[in-house]
Design a protein around this ligand. Structure first.
Ligand SMILES: NC(=O)c1ccc[n+]([C@@H]2O[C@H](COP(=O)([O-])OP(=O)(O)OC[C@H]3O[C@@H](n4cnc5c(N)ncnc54)[C@H](OP(=O)(O)O)[C@@H]3O)[C@@H](O)[C@H]2O)c1
Length: 173
């Protein structure tokens, strides 16, 4: 089982404004920076309830027919995700991973700030691909949070793009 994060942040480390606005990220995902190749390489997405709610405001469901697991501790109305392959789970991250592994999943794309932080704390993420957008927004929803101990990372590569995107890939040790 491999769990990866592929996320865009402001240079000061925010994944959204406090009101969930993503207007500081390049429109339409910006210039190609590996997202299509990345999403093609995963078999399942695991996203937090707040990310799910944001995605529902997009013009179209962005995940095609990929299996999407929405994490929430309360009932979530999944019917709004028309045409999507979507289900809900909740529980400790390790339990979620075990359930997914038992159903044959091997490559997960994990998304949502709180969600990423919880899995990271449990040592369940293997790869981080973070694309920094050249903007400072001062405040917002943080990608990272407090940790019970340091998380050591191995730098794999840093790629930069003409529009100013800087993407760093790390393996979690
Ligand atoms: N820049 C980017 O690339 C990017 C990527 C993704 C998201 N975003 C933005 O980030 C914001 C959302 O991030 P966020 O940090 O606020 O929240 P989030 O991680 O999307 O969702 C958090 C919620 O997920 C549920 N959850 C997480 N782990 C769980 C578990 N193990 N068991 C049960 N429920 C679990 C909980 O829902 P309940 O409270 O219902 O229990 C929790 O409150 C949105 O604005 C979104 O647009 C940006």
């Amino acid at each position: 089982m491999k769990i990866s994060v592929f996320v865009g942040t402001s240079l000061d480390g925010f994944i959204a404004r406090l009101n969930d606005d993503l207007d500081f990220l390049p429109a339409g995902g910006g210039e190609p920076h590996g997202y299509n190749e990345f999403i093609a390489s995963v078999d399942t997405l695991v996203i937090g309830r707040r990310t799910f709610e944001k995605v529902l405001t997009f013009d179209a469901w962005p995940y095609g027919d990929k299996r999407v697991v929405v994490l929430s501790s309360r009932p979530v109305d999944l019917s709004a995700a028309v045409g999507a392959v979507v289900e809900q789970m909740s529980g400790p991250p390790a339990e979620i991973v075990s359930r997914l592994a038992a159903s044959g999943v091997s490559n997960i794309y994990l998304d949502g700030g709180i969600t990423i932080q919880r899995f990271l704390r449990e040592g369940l993420i293997q790869r981080l691909i973070i694309t920094r957008v050249p903007v400072l927004i001062g405040e917002g929803i943080s990608l990272f949070g407090t940790l019970p101990r340091d998380v050591r990372l191995r730098h794999i590569a840093t790629r930069h793009y003409p529009s100013g995107l800087v993407q760093s890939e790390y393996q979690v040790e």
